[in-house]
Design a protein around this ligand. Structure first.
Ligand SMILES: [Zn+2]
Ligand SMILES: [Zn+2]
Length: 256
């Protein structure tokens, strides 16, 4: 698997960090982890083949994670690049994903569900297994953030695994869920003294890193207060494994 960070930031406008989106290339195709408003154009900016994108994973319904979903479908419906496309496109997400998209669709009469290619929304329950791409296994875990929010564990045929928490508060269940992951992609909204319970600060993220036994950790969903902090150095003080600071445009190979 290969990962490209499209958006390492949050809902707060920032000159170098756009809102949540991570691009995953696997043997069976490509999968976008969350689709923020900026993600639609960030894909093109990073030369990601957006017209051939196979699937989107929606972790929860906050707008810094789904704000680009309707615009993406508006794009694929009308862009010359997707006119000849016939392979299916699927949006996977928690219960309520279809309702959210239908409401948006109805508000403007866009007919987003009628695409030049087969399109469907598939809702996934907590603790469910599904196949987001051929040969790629997905597992979900309910997280303490919103009522619908889900973490995702992806495992390919070689056994390489990526765990994406998306937004979450602290729960030890995440460490078990991410056991020995090749890459544990964690949110780490705040450095310290977090102002809200339902996000993570560095000490909590590093505690999860330690408990999980993950091979490598990447911290994303970084609020602007991180601008003045040496993230890798601060992480090293709390956990001696490799912690990578997500940056927009960062590319990484996961596993061997
Ligand atoms: Zn968020
Ligand atoms: Zn959120």
């Amino acid at each position: 698997m290969r990962l490209t960070v499209l958006g390492s930031g949050t809902s707060v406008p920032h000159p170098r960090r756009s809102a949540s989106a991570h691009w995953v290339e696997a043997e069976g195709g490509t999968l976008l982890l969350d689709c923020s408003g900026p993600a639609v154009h960030r894909m093109a900016e990073e030369n990601c083949d957006w017209a051939a994108l196979d699937a989107v994973w929606v972790s929860h319904f906050h707008l810094d994670h789904v704000g680009g979903l309707a615009p993406l479908l508006f794009g694929t419906k009308h862009a010359p690049q997707t006119k000849g496309r016939r392979k299916p496109f699927t949006v996977f997400g928690p219960r309520g994903t279809e309702r959210l998209l239908r409401r948006f669709d109805e508000a403007g009469g866009y007919q987003l569900f009628e695409q030049p290619f087969p399109f469907e929304v598939r809702e996934v329950a907590p603790r469910a297994e599904f196949e987001p791409l051929p040969g790629l296994r997905g597992m979900t875990l309910s997280t303490p953030h919103t009522s619908e929010s889900l973490a995702l564990r992806l495992t390919d045929r070689q056994g390489t695994s990526l765990v994406y928490t998306s937004d979450t508060g602290f729960t030890e269940a995440l460490a078990g869920f991410a056991r020995a992951a090749d890459l544990f992609l964690l949110e780490c909204s705040f450095f310290r003294s977090k102002p809200v319970k339902l996000h993570l600060e560095l000490s909590e993220a590093m505690e999860l890193a330690r408990l999980s036994g993950a091979r490598r950790v990447m911290l994303s969903h970084l609020y602007p207060e991180w601008d003045d902090v040496n993230l890798a150095a601060e992480a090293q003080r709390l956990w001696d494994g490799e912690t990578i600071e997500a940056r927009d445009g960062l590319r990484l190979k996961i596993g061997e």
